[in-house]
Design a protein around this ligand. Structure first.
Ligand SMILES: [Zn+2]
Length: 821
C-alpha cells in the first residue's frame, strides 16, 4: 500500500473542505464487520480527479452524489473520485477484525471468552475500518452509529446513547482529524466520576474489574489535578465533552490521545505488586494524554513533519505538571529512562531534527515516533522555558490555542506565538536546537580553583548555548557548590573561585541536552550513591552508559562500578534501571559469550545485597527481587520462590512475579511442565503472553525451532505473544544454542513485511534482533542486508538502529573483550 505523501496531502487540503462524516458500523458478527461512511464535502476544483482512502477486505457500496463509482477503481486503499462542488460520498465495506492492535481490533478474553473491540486509527490505520481523506489537516465533525450485541457498551469521541437495545449513536463531535477517531465496544467494566463539569470514565475488560477498581482512585486523582493545572495554564477549557480512559488489550503504544476517549495499554492496571515509580510513570502517561487534548487534538500539526508540536510539548508539560501538581515528581524517571532513549536515537544512524523532521510520507512519519520527538524535544523545551521564562511560554501557548483551536498549525505558527508573547531571537535558537540533529558533549577541565566547561559540537554542529548548573563534590560525595551559568557556543565558561574538589559535574541538575563528561575518569569518581541529589546521580549514570556505548569505557569497569554502588542506592527506580542495564547490555552484547555467566552472577550478588538489606515491603526490596529473578542462576532459590517456601519477608508471589521466576528457571533447566503449571494458575491474556516468552526461552532446539517460526511466519499468536516470543528467543546465555538462527534471522526477516505491517512489523525486528550474537560475522550479515536495497520500509529503520547498536557492541568487545576467565 503506498504511503500518503505530504505533496498528496497538501493537494487535497488545498481544494477540499469536509463538512461532516458519518460512520455506520455493524459489529454483531464475530468474524467480520461492516462499515458505511458518508462524507459530506466541498471541492474547489470540481471536475478534477482526487482520491479517498478506504481499505476494506470487500467494497460493498460506493456512490458519489447518488451515482455508483466503479468498485474496481479501489486499488491499494485508494479510490479515485471526481467530485462536484458539493458532494455526498458513500462508501461501504466488509472486513475481518484486526489482531495487531491497529484498525478495528478484536480480542477474545481467554478468562471468560468474552469479546472486546477498540479502534486505533493512528497513524494511517483509520481506512482499515472507515473511509476518509486520511490526513491531519482535513478535520470534520463525526457522528458514529454502531450495532452491537445487546450486553455491550459503546464509547468514543462523542457521547454515545443506546437508542434501542444494541443500537448506539454518538453526539456530533467537534472537528476531528481522522487519525484520532475511535470506538471502544464490548462488555467493558466501568467506573465513573466527575470533575469541574467533565464526566470522567475509566474502563477495562470485565476480567480486570478488580484491578480497575483498585487503581481507579489514583488515576482519577491524577486526572483531576492535571485537568485543573491545564485549565489554568492554557486558558482554554478541555473541549471534547466526556473524558474516557480505557485500558485495552494488545495495545502497541503506551496510549493514544483520541479526543474524549484515550486508549491505554492494559499493563498500566497493575496485576501484581507495583512500585511508586511505576505509578509515577503511569501518572506521566495519564497527564501526557490529557495534555494532547490541547497539543494535538485541539490544535493539530498540519503534516506529520511537525510531530514535535504534539509529542515534545505533551511530554514536556506532562513532566512539568506531574512535578508541580501531582504527588509524582517525574524528573528522575525522565533523566533515567526517557533521556537515555533519546540519546541513543540522537546518536544513531536515523537521527533527525526535532522540528521539521522531513517526513515526506506516512511511513517516514511513523518512524519519527522516537526518543527524539519525545525525550529530546521535551529536554530542549526545558531549555527554552529556562531561557524565555514560564510566563512568556504560557502566554505564547494561550495565543497559539486561541488562533488555531479545532484547526491546524505548523512550526512557524508556534514560534510566532512565542515571539508575540515576548520571546526574542527564536530563529537562531530554533535553528540550533530544533532544526539541527545531534548531541553536543560538555566537558570540564580544572586548574587550581578554576574549571573550564566546554562544548564539543555534535556531528550536526549548531551554535548551541547550554544554560546549566555545575556541581562540585568532595571525596565523601558532599556537594560543595552549585554554580549557574551558560556554556557559550564557542569558547568556554570559566568557573572561578571553586573549592578544592574530587569531582566536577557539568549539568548537575540535568537541564540541557548533551553528553556529559565530568572532570576525571570514572574510576576516580567518589561513589555515585553518596551524592545527595538523585538527578545528579542519574546524570553520572547516563554519562557511564554513554561512555560504554562510545567505546570510551571498559564495560567490565562499568559493571564493577554498578555492582559496588547500587547496593547503597536509595532510589529503587535507579537501582532497578541500572541492574536491568547491567543484565541486558553489560552481560549481553557488551560481553564475550564466555564472560556472561560471571557477569550475571556479579549482578545477582548486587541484587541479592539490596534484597536482603532492604526493609520488607518496600519498593526497593521489590525492585531488587525482580532484578534478581532476571539474572540469578540459583535454581533452588527460584524454586523456593515458586513454591512459596522461601519468599522474601513481607512479600507474596503474584502472577507477574510467578511468571518472572518461571521464565528464568525454565531458561536454565528446560522444564516445560513449569510453564504449564504457571499457565494453569493464570489463564489470562497476560498469562498467554508470558507463556509465549517462557516457551521461547526453553534451552531446547525443538522449542527454539517452534518459537522462531512464530517470528518469521504468519502465526495465530497475538502481536503481544509474538513480541514476547522475540524477547525470549536470543538470550545472551544461550548463544551457542541459537547460533544457527542468526543467519536465518537476516535471511528471513524481510519477508515478514508480506504479512505484518505498521507497528508490529518494526517491533518484531527490534525485539528479535540477535544483538547478543555480537561477532563481526553477525555485523556483516546485518550490514549486507541493509545494503541489499530490497528492504521493506518498515524494516529498514529498526534494522539500521539495531545494527548501529551492534556495531558499537562489537567495537567494544574487540577493544576491551579480553577474557576475564
Ligand atoms: Zn503522545
Amino acid at each position: 500500500m503506498p504511503p500518503l505523501t505530504r505533496a498528496e496531502a497538501r493537494a487535497r487540503s488545498d481544494r477540499l473542505r469536509v463538512h461532516r462524516v458519518c460512520v455506520d458500523l455493524d459489529v454483531r458478527n464475530p468474524d467480520v464487520f461492516t462499515s458505511t461512511t458518508t462524507i459530506e464535502f466541498a471541492d474547489e476544483c470540481p471536475g478534477e480527479g482526487t482520491f479517498v482512502d478506504f481499505r476494506p477486505d470487500r467494497l460493498i457500496r460506493a456512490e458519489l452524489n447518488g451515482v455508483p463509482i466503479e468498485p474496481g477503481g479501489l486499488i491499494e486503499g485508494r479510490l479515485p473520485i471526481t467530485p462536484a462542488v458539493d458532494n455526498v460520498l458513500v462508501l461501504g465495506g466488509e472486513s475481518a477484525y484486526e489482531n495487531d492492535g491497529e484498525g478495528l481490533h478484536r480480542h477474545v478474553d481467554p478468562a471468560d471468552d468474552r469479546a472486546y473491540l477498540y479502534a486505533m486509527s493512528f497513524l494511517d490505520a483509520g481506512p482499515r475500518w472507515f473511509a476518509s481523506f486520511d490526513q491531519p489537516d482535513l478535520k470534520a465533525p463525526y457522528v458514529l452509529r454502531v450495532r452491537t450485541p445487546e450486553d455491550w457498551i459503546v464509547l468514543g469521541n462523542g457521547r454515545f446513547t443506546e437508542v434501542r437495545p444494541g443500537e448506539w449513536e454518538s453526539a456530533e463531535t467537534p472537528p476531528l482529524a481522522s487519525y484520532f477517531v475511535t470506538i471502544v465496544a464490548g462488555p467493558y467494566a466501568s467506573t465513573f466520576d466527575e470533575h469541574d463539569g467533565v464526566r470522567l470514565g475509566l474502563h477495562a475488560r470485565a476480567s480486570l474489574a478488580a484491578e480497575l477498581s483498585r487503581e481507579a482512585d489514583d488515576i482519577i486523582e491524577v486526572t483531576r489535578l492535571a485537568l485543573d493545572a491545564f485549565h489554568d495554564m492554557f486558558g482554554h477549557r478541555y473541549a471534547f465533552g466526556d473524558y474516557h480512559q480505557v485500558f485495552v488489550p494488545d495495545f502497541n503504544a503506551g496510549a493514544m490521545e483520541n479526543p474524549g476517549c484515550v486508549t491505554f495499554r492494559e499493563a498500566f492496571l497493575f496485576r501484581g505488586a507495583a512500585t511508586r515509580a511505576e505509578r509515577a510513570a503511569r501518572a506521566g502517561t495519564v497527564v501526557h494524554e490529557l495534555a494532547h487534548q490541547w497539543f494535538g487534538d485541539l490544535v493539530t500539526m498540519r503534516w506529520w513533519d511537525d510531530l514535535w508540536l504534539n509529542e515534545s510539548f505533551a511530554e514536556y508539560v506532562a513532566h512539568a505538571v506531574c512535578a508541580e501538581h501531582t504527588p509524582y515528581p517525574l524528573w528522575v524517571d525522565f533523566a533515567l529512562n526517557r533521556k537515555d532513549w533519546g540519546a541513543i536515537a540522537d546518536q544513531g544512524p536515523t537521527t533527525h531534527p526535532i522540528a521539521v523532521n522531513g517526513a515526506r510520507d506516512t511511513d517516514e512519519a511513523l518512524a519519527q515516533f522516537d526518543g527524539i520527538s519525545y525525550a529530546k524535544g521535551a529536554g530542549v523545551l526545558k531549555q527554552l522555558v529556562a531561557a524565555i521564562g514560564e510566563d512568556t511560554f504560557l502566554t505564547g501557548l494561550r495565543d497559539y490555542f486561541s488562533r488555531h483551536e479545532f484547526g491546524n498549525a505548523d512550526f512557524n505558527d508556534l514560534l510566532g506565538a512565542l515571539e508575540r508573547a515576548g520571546a526574542s531571537d527564536l530563529k537562531e535558537w530554533s535553528a540550533a536546537w530544533l532544526e539541527t540533529a545531534g548531541m553536543d558533549t560538555l566537558t570540564v577541565t580544572t586548574t587550581e580553583d578554576r574549571a573550564l566547561v566546554e562544548r564539543i559540537p555534535g556531528p550536526g554542529g549548531g551554535g548551541r548555548e547550554h544554560a546549566i548548573r555545575v556541581g562540585v563534590y568532595a571525596r565523601d560525595g558532599q556537594e560543595l557548590e552549585r554554580r549557574t551559568g551558560t556554556v557559550p557556543a564557542t569558547g568556554s565558561w570559566a568557573v572561578d573561585g571553586l573549592p578544592s574538589a574530587e569531582l566536577i559535574v557539568p549539568d548537575a541538575a540535568d537541564e540541557t541536552w548533551a553528553r556529559i563528561r565530568p572532570d576525571r575518569p570514572v574510576e576516580e569518581w567518589p561513589g555515585i550513591s553518596k551524592l545527595a541529589d538523585p538527578v545528579t546521580r542519574v546524570v553520572l549514570w547516563n554519562s557511564i552508559r554513554d561512555q560504554v556505548r562510545s567505546t570510551e569505557l571498559d564495560p567490565a569497569l562499568a559493571l564493577s562500578t554498578l555492582c559496588d554502588q547500587l547496593p547503597n542506592e536509595p532510589e529503587d527506580i535507579i537501582a532497578r534501571a541500572l541492574l536491568d542495564w547491567g543484565q541486558n547490555v553489560l552481560a549481553g552484547p557488551y560481553s564475550l559469550p564466555g564472560q556472561r555467566m560471571e557477569r550475571l552472577c556479579h549482578l545477582a550478588d548486587a541484587a541479592l545485597k539490596i534484597l536482603t538489606s532492604a526493609e520488607p515491603g518496600t519498593d526497593l526490596q521489590l525492585s531488587a527481587w525482580r532484578a534478581l529473578m532476571g539474572c540469578t542462576d540459583d535454581t533452588e532459590a527460584l524454586m523456593g520462590w515458586l513454591d512459596g517456601t522461601e519468599l522474601p519477608p513481607g512479600r507474596e508471589l503474584d502472577a507477574e512475579l510467578r511468571w518472572r521466576a518461571t521464565t528464568r528457571l525454565v531458561s536454565i533447566n528446560g522444564d516445560q511442565a513449569l510453564i504449564d503449571k504457571a499457565f494453569d494458575l493464570d489463564r489470562s491474556t497476560a498469562g498467554r503472553v508470558h507463556r509465549a516468552r517462557a516457551l521461547a526461552a526453553l534451552p531446547d532446539p525443538e522449542a527454539k525451532r517452534a518459537a522462531f517460526a512464530h517470528l518469521v511466519r504468519p502465526t495465530d499468536l497475538s502481536a503481544y505473544e509474538v513480541y514476547a516470543t522475540a524477547e525470549g528467543f536470543f538470550l545472551p546465555e544461550q548463544s551457542e544454542l541459537t547460533e544457527s538462527f542468526v543467519e536465518r534471522f537476516f535471511r528471513e526477516i524481510n519477508a515478514t513485511a508480506d504479512f505484518r505491517s505498521g507497528w508490529a512489523l518494526g517491533q518484531v525486528v527490534s525485539r528479535a534482533f540477535p544483538a547478543a550474537a555480537n561477532s563481526r560475522s553477525t555485523l556483516v550479515l546485518a550490514e549486507d542486508l541493509l545494503a541489499s536495497g530490497e528492504l521493506a520500509p518498515g524494516i529498514r529503520r529498526p534494522l539500521a538502529e539495531a545494527t548501529d547498536l551492534l556495531r558499537r557492541a562489537v567495537a567494544s568487545v574487540e577493544k576491551f573483550g579480553r577474557s576475564e576467565d
